[in-house]
Design a protein around this ligand. Structure first.
Ligand SMILES: O=C(O)/C=C(\CC(=O)C(=O)O)C(=O)O
Length: 296
């Protein structure tokens, strides 16, 4: 546990190991965040955690250390609907980062256009009660309709126990959908367990639902080498190779008790995507199609 004298938590390791696995040139870390810096970009009064600063400089240093080229920066709940920290990080990336915003449903079209100009390509709907006070499905659906004209997608974060409740909304969203951390299945159940079967049924319900094979650290309490995560997730990568994304989840919000080693997270990639072709899809082709479509 690392908490400073102001009660601000650090959830990332300062010295991640150098991964043994080297990603292919051009690889994208498609799920990461920035925190602050707080003096410039204060946290939301509704934030459920108060992290130490984890700004773009540290994020891009990690990117280089791990052998990645690009980042997709997802607005974290501690910044609420104020996307300035995310936009600032994208602006300092030299074109090597894009982002996913969290917006107030009352946002104007002009503000949405400004987010697009700043590199945002999606909105995130967060359904975790420990992170947000409310998640109004009807208003979210309106937002989903309004972002369609921009070519964006919707990123959805929920846990496996509410997947059934989510089905109607997910079926109604008119844009592509990306599910964070596979909807947090219990990977100890294995690849044929109830959670994975339910998630596959969701993926089979639409061919434009993408998913992130992220957060072995959150989903597999046994820790590295994340054996349950690997045996449960590898068949999913093999079955849906064209709509799967990978990311570090740095700076690992709320993981202050068990700081993940980012080098070991990278080393799990060839375990879940065992061939060069799968790794190329996971780390380059898929995220580029979603976040840098103009390069195709
Ligand atoms: O990094 C994540 O995706 C997971 C988070 C934090 C989060 O999503 C947020 O703050 O918005 C979590 O489970 O605490």
């Amino acid at each position: 546990m690392s908490t400073d004298e102001h009660g601000r938590i650090r959830s990332w390791t300062l010295e991640p190991s150098l991964p043994r696995y080297r990603p292919p040139a051009g690889a994208v870390d498609a799920h990461c965040h920035v925190f602050g810096p707080m003096a410039e970009f204060p946290f939301s009064p509704k934030a459920k955690y108060l992290p130490q600063d984890a700004g773009p400089e540290a994020l891009f240093a990690l990117r280089d250390r791990l052998g990645f080229t690009r980042n997709v920066i997802v607005q974290a709940s501690c910044h609420g609907t104020d996307n300035r920290a995310t936009l600032d990080a994208i602006a300092t990336s030299g074109g090597m980062a894009r982002g996913v915003a969290v917006v107030d449903p009352a946002i104007s079209d002009t503000e949405l256009d400004a987010l697009h100009a700043g590199g945002i390509r999606g909105v995130r709907f967060n359904f975790l009660k420990r992170l947000v006070d409310d998640a109004p499905k009807d208003l979210f659906l309106e937002v989903a309709h309004r972002i369609q004209r921009l070519g964006w997608h919707v990123v959805v974060y929920f846990e496996a126990d509410i997947l059934d409740e989510m089905r109607a909304l997910l079926a109604a969203i008119p844009t592509p959908i990306v599910i964070d951390h596979m909807g947090r299945p219990d990977v100890a159940q294995g690849p044929d367990g109830a959670d994975m079967r339910a998630f596959r049924a969701l993926l089979d319900s639409r061919d434009d639902i993408w998913f992130k094979v992220t957060c072995p650290d959150r989903l597999d309490p046994a820790g590295p080498p994340y054996a349950d995560f690997v045996r449960s997730v590898r068949p999913l990568v093999q079955a849906y190779p064209d709509r799967v994304l990978w990311g570090t989840d740095w700076p690992h919000p709320n993981m202050e008790k068990l700081l993940p080693d980012d080098g070991l997270l990278v080393d799990a990639i060839p375990e879940i995507a065992p061939t060069d072709t799968l790794q190329r899809k996971l780390l380059i082709d898929n995220p580029m199609r979603l976040y840098w479509p103009e390069t195709f």
